[in-house]
Design a protein around this ligand. Structure first.
Ligand code: 13P
Length: 396
């Protein structure tokens, strides 16, 4: 009989310190692993990142994504007959940020677009200060949008790494404590390609590393789009593949997972799929995909709404939180459309509707906040509560 022997050897961790030997601290305490690499994070920075990340995902709270680029605000304003100029954008964002302090019971952070980050309310107070006074953490979108990935079947990567460290340092000085970078992957015939998965994972990891160097918690967003007629199982399979690649890349870039947040799609069927699934099906597929791919070191997962109606986004988040099984991360929201649709539909550009529009935001934030605790009973309604917010080829 032939005896087969396999032996696996591991290369010395040459990137841990210059001697090529794991330091004593490393072998004693894996948690502070990254602190031992002078090129990575100090213990103080790790502590700060953990504090920011855990404050963002505190039970019953989530993030308001108000970082639509100038181009994508056009899609919000055009149906209302509003001109997409700087002043109208400021007036609209002022509605989001200047309502009742009660908003901070449900919203822990706001993601700004660069222009808005440096805007002021009618009384000359910066939006950042207004939010900070309410106990809401200012965040910033640092990617520069989707660009074609040449040689693929219409796939994209995301640009914005140039000068990212300098930009993050400046945003930190100006009060930002977390950031967002969105990659978008399509499901289709042979899509997403291996190239697209590899490229987007790598760019997300590089972004995350640069943010952490500057004291900023990176929200890592590999969005699997809901365009298409694929079923729930296909979305789950692709989401698992994408998240597995994302965490491999984050690991390769030495990203300190305890100081990150993930912003994924929920696992849903494609928008044009004929078969309809229940919130419990979406919850099972979503939690299973996350269990298989997201390390427990990640403190929280804040979903994007991805074209779901406001009400669906509450109900599905609630089902996810009620789903029994291992969930070692906080599961909450970082919604754009599903927090703003009723606000826009109520405001319609009229000053006399501002306070009613602010009430809509508060009501939906409260519903999502309850869903983040698995306590949402349904029926929060809202001007655009049940309306689908799907949009093909969405670029932020
Ligand atoms: P939606 O909730 O509108 O999908 O967007 C959130 C977001 O920030 C996407 O980058």
């Amino acid at each position: 009989m032939v005896e087969l022997k396999f032996r696996c050897t591991v290369n010395p961790p040459s990137d841990i310190n210059n001697s090529g030997k794991a330091s004593k601290k490393f072998s004693e305490n894996l948690f502070i692993y990254s602190s031992n690499m002078p090129q990575y994070l100090s213990a103080d920075k790790e502590k700060e990142l953990i504090e920011t990340a855990t404050t963002l995902i505190v039970k019953g709270k989530g993030v308001l994504a108000a970082d639509e680029s100038t181009a994508s605000m056009l899609k919000h304003f055009q149906p209302l007959g509003l001109e997409n100029n700087e002043e109208n954008r400021r007036l609209y964002r002022q509605i989001l940020f200047t309502g009742s302090k009660e908003l901070s019971n449900y919203i822990s952070g706001v993601i700004f677009f660069h222009e808005t980050f440096y805007q002021y309310d009618n009384n000359g107070k910066s939006f950042r200060e207004i939010l900070k006074d309410k106990g809401i953490i200012p965040g910033i979108k640092v990617d520069k949008g989707l660009v074609p990935l040449a040689g693929t079947n219409g796939e994209n990567t995301t640009q914005g790494l140039d000068n990212l460290s300098e930009r993050c340092a400046q945003y930190y000085r100006d009060g930002a404590r977390f950031a967002k970078w969105r990659c978008a992957l399509k499901i289709g015939d042979g899509l997403p390609s291996e190239l697209c998965i590899r490229e987007t994972s790598n760019v997300l990891a590089r972004y995350a590393s640069i943010c952490q160097q500057n004291g900023i918690v990176p929200i890592v967003e590999p969005e699997v789009l809901s365009e298409g007629d694929h079923d729930l199982e296909t979305c789950q399979y692709i989401t698992e593949k994408v998240l597995a690649a994302t965490y491999k890349a984050l690991n390769e870039h030495h990203v300190f997972l305890e100081g990150t947040l993930l912003k994924p799609n929920m696992v849903t069927a494609g928008f044009d799929c004929k078969k309809k699934y229940k919130p419990e099906d979406i919850a099972r597929a979503t939690v299973t995909a996350l269990q298989r791919t997201v390390p427990p070191a990640v403190p929280g997962i804040c979903f994007l709404s991805g074209g779901q109606s406001e009400e669906e986004a509450s109900i599905n988040l609630n089902a996810i939180n009620q789903y029994p099984g291992k969930k070692p991360w906080a599961l909450t929201f970082s919604y754009g459309r599903a927090l703003q649709a009723s606000v826009l539909a109520t405001w319609v550009g009229r000053p006399e509707n501002v306070s009613a529009a602010q009430n809509q935001l508060l009501k939906r934030a409260q519903a999502h906040g309850a869903a983040a605790k698995g306590e949402y009973k349904g029926g929060a309604s809202g001007t655009a509560g049940g309306q689908s917010l799907f949009e093909a080829n969405r670029n932020y």
